[in-house]
Design a protein around this ligand. Structure first.
Ligand code: PRT
Ligand code: ZN
Length: 297
């Protein structure tokens, strides 16, 4: 197979997104022999090459087509290439991937008072996201000094080099343990699959389409469940109303039981204990809730 025709996908080599990226690819049926000493690995059955790199390099690689597609946090993407999610620039987001959730937020010492964004006027804000922060402050007419630091941003106020910080927050535990509290959120982020706007070669486009269809199949299945239960015939309507996101259930007779039927259905949402308790109250029995691996429509 000609190497130049292979579709190249850049993912983070080692960090918070690496394992989830590899897991997504494995579930999409794309298998690699990962070797940490190699920059590029070839997929076993597809014309797909994987580049393992630092996340900060991924937006530029896709923009310059060092790799044709990449998976990266929206926070890194927009810091490097501007407002891509609003259609700016040469790179576009193909899919949001529902992992790597975090938010880029402003935070201040718990002891400082906060009265809206203008509280940052004339202040020093430490961040590793100077471009995103600058855009946000300019858009909102706030004049502040940005102190760019690459790591341990959360200690900046306590060592006296900034009055506030702008950093990624997930659980909030890091802010809390450094005596800080979140104020304004600049960006809600998650991992995204990106590509250049320009058309790729036919072979690359076809492979990308296949990959995206597989990811869609996995995403649809993510919260869906397959529910099987037995119910009194006269409760079919009530029960189908109780199951969330249920579409066109299959209703089947039960052997040696004229009064009850079996109901099977795909639910497009998770089925919580409260729902199961209501189903029982409505007369359902032998309730099975099964995970779904893939949904192809
Ligand atoms: O080496 P390389 O450059 O590839 O990796 P990196 O060290 O730059 O990035 P890495 O692996 O730390 O994060 C990769 C991506 O994961 C980020 O760009 C985000 O898109 C996403 N992500 C999700 C996070 C977090 N959650 C997160 N909580 N990235 C960083 N954090 C840090 C945050 O900076 C802060 O220090 O975790 C701390 C806050 O967490 P909480 O839970 O205490 O709030
Ligand atoms: Zn990085």
């Amino acid at each position: 197979m000609n190497n130049d025709q292979n579709l190249r996908l850049a993912i983070q080599k080692s960090g918070r997104l690496s394992e989830k990226c590899r897991d997504l690819l494995a579930r999409a049926g794309i298998n690699f022999d990962f070797r940490s000493d190699r920059l590029i690995s070839r997929a076993r059955e597809q014309a797909l090459d994987l580049m393992l790199v630092r996340d900060d390099d991924i937006p530029g690689f896709v923009k310059n087509e060092v790799s044709q597609i990449g998976i990266v946090g929206l926070n890194v993407l927009e810091e490097k290439l501007g407002r891509v999610s609003e259609g700016e620039g040469d790179v576009e987001i193909i899919r949001r991937l529902n992992f790597g959730y975090c938010r880029l937020a402003l935070a201040i010492p718990k002891t400082s008072s906060f009265d809206g964004l203008m509280s940052f006027q004339g202040k020093r804000i430490a961040t590793s996201y100077p471009n995103t922060l600058r855009r946000y402050l300019d858009d909102n007419g706030v004049k502040a000094t940005i102190v760019e630091i690459t790591g341990s941003v959360e200690v900046a106020p306590s060592i006296g080099i900034a009055d506030a910080i702008c950093d990624l927050v997930s659980t909030g535990a890091t802010l809390d343990s450094n005596g800080l509290r979140q104020t304004t959120v600049l960006l809600e982020s998650e991992a995204v699959l990106i590509r250049p706007r320009r058309r790729l070669s036919d072979a690359q486009e076809q492979l990308l389409e296949k990959l995206v269809a597989r990811i869609d199949g996995l995403q649809k299945a993510r919260n869906s469940k397959y529910v099987m239960l037995n119910a009194p015939k006269d409760a079919i309507y009530r029960i189908s109303q109780l199951i969330p996101g249920m579409e066109k259930p299959t209703v089947m007779p039960l052997m040696c039981d004229e009064s009850r039927v079996a109901i099977h259905a795909v639910c497009k949402e998770d089925v919580f204990w409260e729902t199961i308790e209501k189903l029982k109250e409505a007369g359902a029995s032998s309730i099975l809730v099964l995970p779904i691996e893939k949904i192809i429509e």
